[in-house]
Design a protein. Structure first.
Length: 291
C-alpha cells in the first residue's frame, strides 16, 4: 500500500544505489525479527524536503554557520524568543505542508503487518503521524504543538499562527533559506517589530512542544521507551547518525541486551563499530525493497 512519490533530494547526501547483497542482508535481518524496534532520525525526512543538521555537504552545519536555539536562551531571553518565533512564523506555512515520503509509509505498513513493535523518532516534523504510524514515541516532541511554560496549557501550532497574524497584520519578511526545525533565516532588523503573543490563560511564555538543544527528555518518556525496547528482539536505526545522547542511550541499551542492530544511514554513525549490519543508502530507496 506504499504510494510511490518522487523524493526531494536537495538535502540528501550523494550515495550509491542499494547493493543487492546488502538488500538481501537487511531482508534477512527484518525477516528474522518478530518484534522490531525502529529508531528514526532526520535522514528519513530529508527526502520530504526537510534539511537535517549534520549531513555532509547538505546539512545545516555544512551550509551555514547558524546553530539551533538553546533551551536556556529561549527561556531566559525575550529577544531570543522574538527572533525564534518570527523565523518560525515565516517558515511555518512551508514546513507544515511537508508530506511523508516512501520510507515513512513503509514503516507504517510494517506496523500494520505486526512486524514493527515500536517506533521511536527523534524528529519533530510529525511526518510519521501524517503517514499513519500509531505505535510510536516522539522522543523530542512535535513542533505542531505549543504549550505554556507556566501553566502547561496546550494549543496547536496552526492555531498559534492565527494569533501571530492577528498581532502582526502589516509585518512582512523575506526569508533567507530554510532550517531543519521549521524556521527560516531572518536578519535582526526584520524581527525587531515582530509581536509574540503570551498564553491566553495565564500570560506565560509559549514554547514549541519540542526538546531544544540543552534540554533533556523527561524521565517518564525515557523509561517508557526502555520498556518498549525490552519487549523487542532487534533494532533498526534509519536516517540517524546517533550523535545525540537522548537517542544513543537506547542503542547502548540494545547492545547490553545483545540485540542485533541494523543501521540504514548515509554516512558514519556512533553505532558503526557494534552494529550487526550497516547500509549506506537512502531510506526511501532501500526500505521499499524489503518485504
Amino acid at each position: 500500500s506504499v504510494s510511490r512519490t518522487s523524493p526531494n533530494l536537495a538535502f540528501v547526501p550523494a550515495c550509491l544505489p542499494p547493493d543487492p547483497v546488502q538488500v538481501e542482508e537487511l531482508q534477512h535481518f527484518v525477516s528474522n525479527s518478530k518484534r522490531l524496534f525502529v529508531m528514526t532520525g532526520a535522514g528519513i525526512s530529508t527526502e520530504s524536503g526537510i534539511p537535517d543538521y549534520r549531513s555532509e555537504g547538505v546539512g545545516l552545519y555544512a551550509r551555514t554557520d547558524r546553530r539551533p536555539i538553546q533551551h536556556a536562551e529561549f527561556v531566559r531571553s525575550a529577544s531570543a524568543r522574538q527572533r525564534y518565533w518570527a523565523r518560525n512564523f515565516v517558515g511555518w506555512p512551508q514546513f507544515s505542508s511537508h508530506q511523508p515520503n516512501t520510507a515513512h509509509l513503509v514503516l507504517r505498513d510494517w506496523e500494520k503487518l505486526g512486524k514493527l513493535h515500536w517506533l521511536v523518532t527523534q524528529n519533530v516534523d510529525a511526518l510519521h503521524t501524517k503517514a499513519g504510524s500509531q505505535r510510536m514515541t516522539e522522543l523530542h516532541g512535535c513542533i505542531h504543538r505549543v504549550f505554556c511554560l507556566a501553566c502547561g496549557d496546550q494549543i496547536l501550532r496552526s492555531e498559534l499562527q492565527e494569533h501571530f497574524e492577528a498581532l502582526n497584520p502589516t509585518w512582512k519578511a523575506e526569508a533567507f533559506g530554510v532550517a531543519p526545525d521549521g524556521d527560516v533565516f531572518l536578519t535582526d532588523e526584520q524581527v525587531h517589530d515582530f509581536q509574540v503573543p503570551a498564553c491566553r490563560k495565564c500570560g506565560g511564555i509559549l514554547k514549541p512542544d519540542v526538546t531544544f538543544f540543552g534540554d533533556t527528555v523527561s524521565r517518564e518518556k525515557v523509561n517508557f521507551v526502555h520498556e518498549r525496547l525490552a519487549e523487542s528482539d532487534s533494532v533498526l536505526v534509519a536516517g540517524s547518525s546517533m550523535q545525540v545522547y537522548s537517542g544513543y542511550r537506547f542503542a547502548l541499551a540494545a547492545r547490553e541486551k545483545q540485540l542485533p542492530i541494523a543501521i540504514l544511514n548515509i554516512g558514519p554513525t556512533r553505532l558503526d563499530h557494534f552494529a550487526s549490519l550497516k547500509l549506506n543508502s537512502r531510506c526511501g530507496e532501500l526500505l521499499p525493497l524489503i518485504v
